[in-house]
Ligand binder design. Structure first.
Ligand code: NAD
Length: 336
């Protein structure tokens, strides 16, 4: 049978991107919904044929334990609720898929990993770009030195944020652009190199008179130094539009823009003086379906997800170092 998912939090990402993509899955299906809004449970329950017995309020959440149709709980809530619901899902004996950022602190990430380990359940973070064909190709090309050994990565992510968002409320978001969108620059730098940075240097620029940025940061630029000597120069912004990265090697570069969008990735390669677009045949499976199926296949086979909890923890560890570097106005060694 297909692996059954319960979606927790029926907001924009869950309802517009994740839920419609179960239709394209080979191994995953939507079996339950959790929401604080009865009208949403009625609406999406009817749309997706979810029986009333499989619709839960937050107060009823722990009853998922008694529902054998639910294999995975997918947490798509504001960031500061990720840890609580992931841990409760594990305690109910369910596998956990959790959105990025994994949580709002290293300590929370560690608690989530420990809870899943104790329960014997899998934990995966929603790093969907790892299931997107152009990003997978970029990883292969960068790590195989297609344009020569990588020297510099630039990775830019940002969007002008609307004022009416929990993302701007630190108790719910845990931080500003870095937690939400800059994490794509960070994660890309890590997956394109396959290395873990050893040092970070960050500069923040936030207009505190802008009512959007009362409690969280706007722009934060950061440099990461990797053990091989690769440097990543990264942008995170809540006031300008960016979605791209470039891998520069000794013989040219690999450019992706947009890079981590929901669709429409565009790759251009310059090698030995020749610049050309690189296109892949359409696969038919979206990155969202790929992500949902990957967790399902891991549950079936017993494998560990390629973006397990440790991946989310690694990002949070670096994000904490980035914040520390920006606050203290100096470079910070990671892990020190
Ligand atoms: P959203 O505001 O559209 O949805 C959040 C949902 O949580 C809403 O339905 C809201 O009612 C519910 N909620 C429950 N308790 C809440 C509380 N105490 N306060 C506020 N809302 C509460 O947000 P979203 O854009 O769907 O983001 C949800 C999560 O998904 C975030 O962690 C975000 O980082 C992640 N996300 C990931 C991607 C991706 O591409 N991987 C894209 C968008 C969002």
């Amino acid at each position: 049978r297909k692996i059954g998912y319960a979606i927790v939090g029926l907001g924009s990402y869950a309802t517009r991107q994740i839920m419609p993509n179960f239709a394209g899955c080979d191994h995953a299906r939507l079996v339950a919904l959790v929401s604080g809004t009865p009208a949403k449970l009625d609406q999406y329950g009817a749309d997706y044929g979810i029986p009333k017995t499989h619709r839960y309020s937050y107060a009823q959440f722990d009853r998922i334990r008694d529902n054998p149709d639910i294999d995975v709980v997918y947490v798509v809530l504001p960031n500061s609720l990720h840890a609580e619901y992931s841990i409760r899902a594990a305690q109910a004996g369910k596998h956990v898929m959790c959105e990025k950022p994994m949580a709002v602190s290293v300590a929370e990430c560690q608690a989530m990993i420990a809870a899943c380990k104790k329960a014997g359940t899998k934990l995966m973070i929603g790093y969907r770009s790892r299931f997107e064909p152009y990003n997978r190709l970029a990883i292969d090309l960068a790590r195989s030195a297609h344009v020569g050994p990588t020297q510099i990565i630039t990775a830019d992510h940002g969007f002008p944020i609307r004022p009416d968002q929990w993302r701007l409320d630190r108790p719910l978001s845990g931080g500003g652009s870095m937690m939400d969108i800059g994490i794509y620059s960070l994660n890309a730098a890590r997956y394109l190199t396959g290395e873990e940075p050893v040092a970070v240097s960050a500069v923040e620029s936030t207009d505190k008179s802008d009512p959007r940025f009362r409690t969280v940061e706007d722009k934060i630029n950061f440099l990461l130094r990797f053990p091989s000597g690769i440097v990543a120069n990264c942008v995170s912004s809540y006031s300008s539009s960016h979605n791209g990265y470039r891998v520069s090697g000794t013989q040219g570069w690999i450019d992706m823009e947009p890079a981590t969008s929901y669709s429409g990735q565009m790759m251009t390669i310059r090698k030995d003086g020749v610049t050309a677009p690189r296109t892949l045949p359409a696969t038919g499976k979206t990155q969202f379906a790929g992500q949902l199926d990957h967790m399902a296949e891991c549950i079936i086979s017993g494998a560990t997800p390629i973006v397990a909890g440790e991946e989310g923890l690694a990002d949070l560890r670096i994000i904490e170092a980035i914040y520390r570097s920006a606050a203290e106005g100096r470079g910070v060694r990671i892990g020190a």
